[in-house]
Ligand binder design. Structure first.
Ligand code: SF4
Length: 231
């Protein structure tokens, strides 16, 4: 079982390096926004530089790691360009997650992909996979089409929040169980995950990239009331 750890990388130091060296199925995925300016604007001053330091530390230790980049209609060509990927390769990244922007904030809908962007991204991914045999490229949720649709709620994976809460997916941050308390096996059988799978919610019709985000009200309604949550 592989646990990609999505992080801004600012806490990676000697103790984490030691932990990661002993637990090779924990794979750090350091999130950046493409450029230094874009990263610092979204994540705070100096975060890009710190992320680069962490990548260097991981590279020196020979640890397997990757990066995650939010793709929008404004940046997708730049962050999938061969120049940019060559740069990621020099940093030592072995996996690149491209995560499509989900317009959580009103007024940012223009940043989200439409069908043409999704189709173009698919083509770009195919060509980059052919050109870079030493890097794994994952486009999310774009690649899920080839895997039969939404992979949330344990169909392919689930998301563990910073406090241990088991959520269907980062784009569907609802929870009724905590892996720190009940473990992974039991969390996979949580009432919420079972309801989502039984409702065949993972195959629901949707127009954008993300099934559960588009049906977030129905998913939220499936979360048992607090008094009924039994961990
Ligand atoms: S909730 Fe959205 S992003 Fe998450 S696995 Fe399903 S379709 Fe993909």
């Amino acid at each position: 079982m592989i646990f990609p750890i999505f992080t801004n990388g600012t806490l990676i130091g000697p103790s984490y390096i030691e932990f990661l060296s002993k637990n090779l199925n924990m794979v750090p995925i350091i999130s950046i926004e493409g450029t230094a300016v874009g990263t610092d604007q979204r994540r705070g001053q100096g975060v890009f530089h710190r992320a680069m330091q962490s990548m260097e530390l991981l590279r020196q230790e020979g640890l397997f790691f990757g990066t995650s980049i939010t793709v929008t209609t404004e940046n997708y060509r730049q962050v999938t360009s061969t120049e940019f990927i060559d740069q990621l390769r020099t940093y030592g990244c072995k996996i690149v997650f491209y995560v499509e922007y989900v317009p959580i904030d009103a007024g940012t809908e223009h940043l989200a992909f439409n069908d043409e962007h999704v189709a173009e991204m698919e083509q770009i991914m195919q060509s980059r996979r052919e050109a870079y045999a030493d890097i794994i490229f994952l486009s999310f949720p774009g690649d899920e089409k080839a895997l039969g649709g939404c992979l949330a709620s344990g169909r392919g994976f689930f998301h563990i929040g910073p406090d241990g809460s088991a959520e269907p997916c980062p784009f569907s941050p609802f929870s009724d169980s905590n892996v720190a308390e009940i473990g992974v096996r039991k969390a996979l059988q949580s009432p919420l995950f079972r309801k989502i799978r039984a409702a065949k919610a993972l195959g629901w019709e949707h127009t954008g990239g993300c099934t559960l985000f588009e049906h977030k009200d129905e998913i939220e309604a499936m979360v048992p009331p607090v008094g009924e949550i039994d961990n």
